[in-house]
Design a protein around this ligand. Structure first.
Ligand code: ATP
Length: 385
């Protein structure tokens, strides 16, 4: 099988303005993505954002109302499912219980009429790739969930498909197994130069595994970017709120550096939150909780952006500690700090949250965003479907 550095350049799959409606509501709304050969792309979004519908359209289980799917310039929409040269892995494994591991993995090759030593060699290679080289004769019912998912993966890659589609492949597994398989699937896709489209609502999984992430919201593509860009340079408040934990303020930046309607947050220096950088007056300003510091009222560094409130909760989460601060108007903000640091605040204590102005990220408001019509600031935590 080909190593990663032999990946072909160019688009493996060019998704152009794909739209699918159920009744009047678009489940997928004019989504365009150019997926490169050898790339691992994740469709990420809350429940109902259109991920599975788009994946099913690529697989050929559903047809789009509009748009095209081009592979090497050829329209895929008119190609029947079994001729699309696509491997699939589902959350529920979908293995044949009456066949053993080897027979399950060999199935796609049998369908293509491949037999004899070549077929055996390919099956052995695929089982090797998923670290199950000695499991060929095992019955499916004798395997753990993680092992079944590896068999499903081996079956999906054994015919070396042009494209591997995965629909929440790790959704049924426990956290430890999921973490281990995430790394293994990433390794395998790199080693084999696979082009993968993966669906998940788990942002950590998306950030860990993907070369690029397509963030969907109500059928629309919000941003298609590397994990780093999505995290550090969200295009709007929807992306900022969905990916990672964030403190998010929406409003208009005043000349004095405060944000209209934002609980008296003072951005310092104000030039760093110049809304003109992202268009008209109304903006979203985000700061990640890990970049926020907490101190007694009145003792924040002058050069820092800051807001006052009182500590309303302290939550331990393994290595880190989340301190929840509620402002005078009831907005909850988060500071996340290393749990090894001595705790120098207590619940109910008045405090100032502050952060280096360079940690503020200014983005535009998404069309239809709550903040586009109401200026109330808001804190969003990790959103999970
Ligand atoms: N066969 C169908 N008939 C009618 N509506 C549908 C159908 N399939 C999907 N939808 C609707 O289309 C929208 C997108 O659904 P889809 O399953 O693609 O979302 P998703 O992002 O994959 O969600 P989840 O993470 O919950 O699986 C939803 O509002 C859903 O109710």
């Amino acid at each position: 099988m080909s190593p990663a550095d032999s990946r072909a350049p160019g688009a493996a799959l060019d998704i152009r303005s794909i739209t699918k409606r159920y009744g009047d509501t678009p489940a997928v709304d004019a989504v365009s993505l150019d997926i490169r050969a050898g790339e691992f792309v994740t469709l990420l979004g809350a429940s109902g954002s259109g991920k599975t519908t788009l994946l099913r359209i690529i697989a050929g289980f559903a047809d789009a109302d509009e748009g095209s799917l081009l592979v090497d310039g050829q329209e895929l929409r008119s190609v029947p499912v079994h001729r699309r040269d696509i491997g699939m892995v589902f959350q529920n494994y979908a293995l044949f219980p009456h066949l053993n591991v080897e027979q399950n993995v060999a199935y796609p090759l049998r369908m293509r009429g491949m037999r004899g030593p070549e077929r055996r060699r390919r099956v052995a290679e695929a089982l090797e790739a998923v670290h199950l080289p000695t499991f060929g004769r095992r019955r499916i019912t004798e395997l753990s969930g993680g092992q079944q998912q590896r068999v499903a993966l081996a079956r999906a890659i054994v015919s070396r498909p042009r494209l591997l589609l995965m629909d929440e492949p790790l959704g049924a597994l426990d956290r430890n197994l999921r973490d281990a398989l995430q790394l293994e699937i990433s390794r395998l896709s790199r080693e084999l130069g696979l082009t993968v489209v993966n669906v998940t609502h788990d942002q950590e999984e998306a950030l860990t595994m993907s070369d690029r992430i397509a963030l969907l919201d109500r059928g629309r593509l919000v941003q298609f970017a590397t994990p780093d860009d999505l995290y550090h340079r969200p295009v709007d408040d929807t992306a900022a709120a969905f990916v990672g934990e964030s403190n998010l303020f929406r409003g208009s930046v005043r000349d004095d550096g405060t944000l209209d309607g934002a609980d008296g947050v003072v951005f310092s220096p104000p030039s760093l939150v110049d809304g003109s950088a992202v268009g008209s007056g109304r903006v979203a300003v985000m700061v990640r909780p890990s970049l926020v510091r907490i101190t007694a009222v009145g003792s924040a560094p002058e050069a820092h952006s800051r807001v006052d409130g009182h500590v309303s909760g302290i939550v331990y989460a393994g290595d880190s500690r989340k301190i929840i601060v509620t402002t005078a108007s009831g907005t909850e903000l988060i500071a996340r700090e290393d749990a090894a640091r001595p705790l120098d605040v207590s619940v109910e204590q008045p405090v100032t949250l502050h952060w280096d102005a360079r940690s503020s990220i200014v983005t535009r408001l998404a069309a239809g965003s709550a903040g586009a019509t109401a200026p109330a600031p808001e804190t969003r935590r990790t959103v999970r479907a």
